[in-house]
Write a protein that binds this ligand. Structure first.
Ligand SMILES: C[S@@+](CC[C@H](N)C(=O)[O-])C[C@H]1O[C@@H](n2cnc3c(N)ncnc32)[C@H](O)[C@@H]1O
Length: 433
């Protein structure tokens, strides 16, 4: 740890005032913010030497002098080191209030006041069906898990409170198989998705799989409930190594075959909450554009829910494989007359006003950075109804500001706690004019 400044180079005592963006306790030291992972508002803590972080310093919690009344024992043994969760040690009501406050504060910073902020939709912790793990082999031993907080070290997970049971059960046999997959000192990123037909595992590594690796992964697959294993080297498309069943999930009852690495909402329960909130903000008849449609989470739900009253969805997505999966699923389900699609880079080529004039409503669900070009296009269009889904209150607030300046009113906003115990927050927002 690199010491910064005189006061930060030695242990110091800090009163924590609030929780910061990453879920750290934030106090002040020498007139600068000090970020203390694991500390809670109101606590008096002793911290170790700090290292520079943004406008302040990050320091380690060394001693809890006065604990907060809201402090609770963290359920997971890895909590103090693992970077996967930030807030297992906070009482549930205070935790929920903090999540709600993240949305309120982001909106307030952008000068926005929604007509209605729905209560936070809480999601069961052990519901993550899609996890990104990292594995490294050192001295013959494989470590498999998440990165430690603010570190490249890996927490070798013996338990995890956020994964669905099939992913948790995969860890020990996968760790054993990786001993034959990774060379000494070798590292891989793993994306594991518990689909309806079994686990879809994508291994990303800077080297090709050898014969021994292929055999170890083949031996792993059946007993571990794996449907498919793919391998991806940098700059290359994923190569399927083994396919026992096609990984699939159902959106609104329509089975969709997932391409390796394609986006999927991380929890089925959160997906259901996001879809319900989105459908509540959309008309049940007419033409809807689903921008950043992925494999069809919202497109298929809109098409199916509107069945009785005629609705047509146009799904726009940049990823060819996701787009293909969506349209193939719609065809197989007999929905081809209601779901059309287009592969398009929406950042480089946002919809024109003439294109937007075809739709009664537009749904957008951009990646973390938001969709500023799409928001600007909508602001300048004659579209009357927009539903925005977002995994980042800050980029959402910026794009929402653009919409409001274009004449939209911000209606109901529904926060959904998809990434339980992390600082992340999902939301669905309705706009109309
Ligand atoms: C947050 S995901 C949402 C996907 C889908 N709505 C869902 O809920 O499953 C964002 C999607 O935007 C796509 N995407 C990212 N950048 C894009 C761009 N510039 N143009 C079009 N699509 C893009 C990604 O491939 C991904 O499928």
């Amino acid at each position: 740890m690199r010491p910064v400044g005189k006061a930060a180079s030695a242990a110091a005592t800090v009163r924590i005032a609030r929780l910061g963006e990453r879920g750290d306790g934030v106090g002040r030291l020498d007139g600068r913010p000090v970020y203390v992972a694991g500390a809670l508002p109101g606590e008096l803590v002793r911290v170790g030497p700090g290292r520079k972080r943004g406008d302040g310093i990050a320091a380690e919690l060394v001693e809890l002098i006065e604990p907060a009344p809201d402090r609770r024992p963290a359920p997971c043994r890895h909590f103090s080191t693992c970077g996967g969760c930030a807030l297992q040690h906070l009482a549930p009501e205070a935790y929920r209030a903090w999540k709600r406050e993240r949305l309120t504060a982001a909106l307030a910073r952008a000068g926005l006041q929604p007509a209605d902020q729905a209560p936070l939709v809480s999601i069961d912790p052990a519901s993550r069906r899609r996890v990104e793990l990292v594995a490294r082999r050192q001295s013959g031993r494989v470590r498999l898990g998440f990165h430690e907080r603010a570190s490249h070290r890996i927490v070798d997970l013996a338990e995890c409170r956020i994964m669905v049971p099939p992913l948790l059960a995969l860890l020990p046999p996968l760790r054993a198989a990786l001993a034959a997959v990774l060379p000494e000192g070798g590292e891989a990123d793993l994306l594991a998705t518990a689909s309806d037909t079994g686990i879809d595992l994508l291994i990303r590594a800077g080297f090709p799989p050898g014969l021994e690796a292929r055999q170890a992964l083949t031996d792993l697959a059946g007993p571990a409930g794996i449907a498919r294993i793919s391998w991806q080297e940098p700059g290359q498309p994923p190569e399927p190594l083994l396919l026992l069943r096609r990984p699939a999930v159902a959106f609104a009852g329509v089975p969709v075959e997932l391409p390796p690495g394609a986006f999927l909402q991380a929890s089925a329960a959160a997906e259901a909450a996001l879809v319900a909130a989105a459908l509540a903000g959309l008309p049940r008849r007419g033409r809807v554009a689903d921008l950043y449609a992925g494999c069809g989470t919202f497109s298929l739900a809109i098409a199916v829910s509107g069945a009785a009253e005629r609705v047509a969805v146009h799904a726009v997505e940049g990823d060819a494989a996701a787009q293909g999966a969506l349209l193939a699923a719609a065809r197989r389900a007999g929905l081809a007359d209601r779901v059309t699609g287009e592969r398009r880079d929406l950042a480089a080529s946002p919809p024109t006003s003439a294109e937007l004039a075809r739709y009664d409503a537009v749904l957008l669900d951009p990646p973390r950075g938001g969709g500023p070009a799409v928001a600007a296009a909508l602001a300048g269009s004659r579209v009357r109804r927009v539903v925005a889904v977002s995994c980042n209150p800050a980029s959402f607030a910026r794009d929402a500001r653009t919409l409001v300046e274009g004449g939209f009113a911000l209606g109901r906003v529904t926060p959904v706690d998809q990434f339980v115990w992390s600082p992340h927050l999902e939301l669905v927002a309705e706009f109309s004019r």
